[in-house]
Design a protein around this ligand. Structure first.
Ligand SMILES: [Ca+2]
Length: 361
């Protein structure tokens, strides 16, 4: 988790304004700092108002798989939830499962204990991402279909270099590099264990597709449907509470093995949010009459995707120069230093004069 790199912009602007006397330059830097703060606030509030076309509700008359589903009040024996394990900052109430609270540096996850044997499936998630932050909040959460479960790590509370699929709900724009979308942003990634998810670039170098997703601090709960059918991955959303799915992304040629696990994880860093899971509904979709247990061809394939989004040029970070705040502080302390040296000098001089006079008398 990193704050946007405002330092470089401040230096550029002050370069344009020019450095004058120390007092003028600190004033102009204050002005620039205010400008940049305004810039950050407006970039977060002026989110493009886009309306997604709504498509007909999917047929969900398929088979609900209870061992892969989750609904309130989540009761089990003691603190256990049947078929699910949780760890980290996760807390279970009878209304929601909170992966992280709205406080800094939290990580939580929730993993299904039963491996997936289905070939075609759809998972419908009811989630709520909310918090006190008005303009700054983060970091986000993930729906996983992964080989390794319950391993904490840097990717929204779970391990990097994973095997499987991730659908990220990235609420904070790490802002590094020119990606052309707003946050929160939903994106999908397929990994065979060799790829790193790069937070600094919001995972845009490894995503297979994505969509903007205004699901934070909305009145109703957010729904996401992740459908995997005949090697086509589709993600749809419903943030309007109208029980109708809006398309988010669709990618063909996605190969996923059976035997992996569903999971959810979330993390906060310097910025935070409540990341709540309310419902997980998993459906087995018709597989053209072939029972998964009769077709073991997908048992040990590697996760892969035929197409990735056109790669953006990978631009290395510009080493930030001195930030405006740093220049301001250095200027301030320089002035104070000069004054202090002056004062000490005067005192020493006066003492010296007195001593000289004493010697005369
Ligand atoms: Ca991010």
């Amino acid at each position: 988790m990193k704050f946007p790199d405002v330092g470089a912009r401040i230096v550029d602007l002050s370069g344009g304004i020019g450095l004058y006397t120390p007092v003028q330059s600190s004033t102009s830097h204050l002005f620039v700092v205010l400008l940049v703060i305004f810039n950050i606030l407006s970039s977060h509030t002026i989110l493009a108002q886009y309306q997604q076309p709504v498509q007909a509700d999917w047929n969900t008359a398929d088979y609900l798989k209870r061992e892969h589903s989750l609904s309130k009040p989540y009761q089990g024996a003691g603190w256990q939830i049947p078929n699910w394990d949780f760890q980290g900052s996760t807390i279970v109430t009878n209304q929601y499962i909170r992966l992280t609270p709205d406080s800094r540096s939290q990580q939580g996850s929730l993993w299904n204990a039963a491996p997936i044997r289905m070939h075609n499936w759809e998972v419908q998630l009811q989630i709520k991402v909310h918090g006190r932050g008005k303009d700054l909040f983060g970091d986000g959460m993930v729906f996983w279909y992964a080989r390794d479960r319950m391993i904490p790590g840097p990717i929204f509370g779970s391990k990097d270099y994973f095997m499987g699929m991730a659908v990220f709900v990235d609420t904070y724009s790490n802002h590094n590099g020119p990606h052309n979308h707003q946050h929160p942003y939903v994106s999908a990634m397929i990994n065979n264990g060799t790829m790193h998810y790069d937070h600094d670039r919001d995972g845009t170098h490894t995503q297979i597709a994505g969509c903007e997703a205004k699901l934070r601090n909305i009145d109703q709960d957010a729904w996401l449907a992740i459908r995997y059918e005949n090697e086509v991955l589709t993600v749809s959303t419903d943030f309007l509470g109208k029980n109708a799915w809006a398309p988010c992304l669709k990618v063909e040629g996605v190969k996923l093995p059976t035997g992996y696990y569903f999971g959810l994880s979330a993390a906060t860093g310097d910025l935070s949010d409540n990341h709540d899971v309310i419902t997980v509904k998993t459906y087995e979709l018709e597989s053209g009459g072939v029972r998964p247990e009769d077709d073991r061809s997908r048992d040990s394939i590697l996760p892969s995707a035929l197409t990735y989004e056109a790669p953006r040029e990978h631009v290395d970070d510009v080493k930030p120069g001195w930030s405006g705040v740093k220049i301001f502080l250095v200027t301030l302390f320089s002035i104070l230093g000069v004054i202090a040296v002056g004062v000490v000098g005067i005192i020493v001089y006066q003492n010296h004069q007195q001593n000289t006079r004493k010697r005369f008398y």
